[in-house]
Write a protein that binds this ligand. Structure first.
Ligand code: PA5
Length: 428
């Protein structure tokens, strides 16, 4: 299988010499990353996951998905952060929301807003539903509250026994409140390996069950990720574009470019950017260091943030995901009167205009001192999504370790939690 990711470095303004100066550091981090992958405290189980994943668990995922497809109009996915963003990224990228061919996926437990939940409760009132509640720790407040609400709803709608058949729990084995509930209520369980942290867990049951229910080919997702795992396992930066991306980010950061904008001209990648921001933000933003990850969808945001990117503070760089071929195209028609003055592009495809907008924008931003890294893929499919996911996970780990921080913990998020618990009067 070919690796689809081709990167254009010419707009970064960084020389090979500067990049190769990191060769030894990269080798050291590579060795560190690959040391004791099995160790649960290292949180590096995602590195060889596409090669060594649990095949039995994989078959169980497919079986559950088949059942849900047969008896449910909607699957309610309850989870927050790494427990839903990866699935949503892939599902939005690869399915047509106006022409659903499979069970609809709805996400809850990712905020505490009652209106958001009430609207969903109304929407599903006349539909058959199943639930996939996902939490690695099994004790996160947002999904726990949503689960309490939707479990109640399910039991009222179907009775306890049938509700039980429609609730699927994804959590760590033998740990946490959610595991306890699942054991007591005899819910079907899928497990999250202990050595894989939340934001690196999209290729486990966390992401794969919702994807499979949405009609995504998860064999191909894993095959794409496997290809990337093999491609990006070289400790020589000259041959490893993933590590090169990590190094280029570090060099740009050292040159005061401390905000990275993930840009794409494909609205279907909106949630991929949300996943990417969580991956990099939670991994790198520590010890008052790290690149702030941000995102835009162009050309939409050229009429909004584009002004800032062109002329605001010069602490930005962009990483553009260029999808060479959209899933479908439109030819712009000819109009006799030409009142809208568009005949100069009559007969051209919309994708061609989009491409020219991209080329013009990259040039303008680079001229305006915003370096660009351009990541090209031919099209969006399962294989490519698997490759992109793995590419960014590996790059994030390398990049964070080059910064000298631990890319696998998230001590900062505890602060809001302890304040909230105190304000809510939670027992210690
Ligand atoms: O990346 C992470 O670890 C976090 O974003 C978690 O995914 C998020 O906080 C949800 O945690 P949990 O799955 O334990 O409910």
């Amino acid at each position: 299988m070919d690796n689809n990711i081709k990167i254009d470095w010419k707009y970064t303004g960084i020389s090979d010499k500067e990049i190769y100066a990191y060769s030894e550091k990269v080798k050291k981090v590579h060795k560190e990353l690959n040391k004791n992958i099995e160790d649960k405290d290292n949180y590096t189980g995602w590195i060889d996951l596409p090669i060594n994943y649990e095949k039995r668990e994989f078959e169980k995922i497919k079986k559950i998905a088949k059942k849900v497809n047969t008896d449910s109009d909607v699957l309610i996915v309850i989870g927050i952060g790494g427990s839903y963003l990866g699935a949503r990224a892939v599902i939005d990228a690869l399915t047509n929301k106006y022409e659903r061919k499979s069970t609809e996926i709805i996400y809850v437990g990712n905020n505490l807003n009652p209106t958001y939940i009430n609207e969903i409760i109304d929407y599903v009132s006349d539909k058959d539903i199943s639930i996939n509640v996902i939490s690695k720790s099994g004790k996160t407040t947002e999904p726990a509250i949503a689960f309490r609400i939707f479990r109640d709803l399910m039991e009222n709608k179907y009775g306890i026994d049938e509700a039980r058949n429609r609730i699927f729990v994804t959590t760590t084995k033998r740990k946490g409140a959610l595991y306890k509930i699942a054991m007591q209520e005899k819910y079907v369980k899928l497990s999250i390996p202990e050595n894989i942290g939340g934001r690196y867990s999209v290729l486990t049951a966390v992401g794969l069950l919702p994807m499979c229910v949405a009609g995504i080919n998860i064999d191909d997702i894993m095959a794409g990720a496997k290809c990337a795992a093999e491609t990006y396992n070289d400790d020589n930066i000259k041959h490893n574009e993933c590590y090169k991306y990590a190094v280029v980010r570090n060099i740009l950061y050292a040159n005061d470019k401390n905000i990275e904008i993930l840009a794409s001209y494909e609205p279907k990648l909106f949630y991929f950017a949300e996943w990417w921001k969580q991956l990099f933000g939670e991994s790198e933003g520590k010890e008052h260091l790290g690149i702030f990850p941000s995102s835009v969808t162009y050309t939409t945001d050229l009429h909004s943030l584009g002004q800032y990117v062109q002329e605001g503070r010069r602490n930005l760089f962009e990483t553009v995901i260029n999808v060479e071929n959209p899933n479908s195209d439109i030819v712009i028609g000819y109009d006799e009167e030409d009142l809208d003055e568009l005949n100069y592009i009559a007969g051209k495809k919309l994708s061609y205009v989009n491409k020219k907008a991209m080329e013009g924008t990259i040039q303008a931003h680079v001229d305006g001192d915003v370096p660009n890294i351009v990541i090209n893929v031919d099209y969006l499919d399962e294989i490519v999504m698997g490759q992109l996911i793995y590419f960014f996970e590996k790059a994030c780990a390398m990049s964070g370790m080059l910064f000298g921080i631990n890319p696998f913990d998230q001590p900062g998020v505890e602060k809001y939690k302890s304040n909230m618990y105190e304000l809510l009067g939670k027992n210690k």
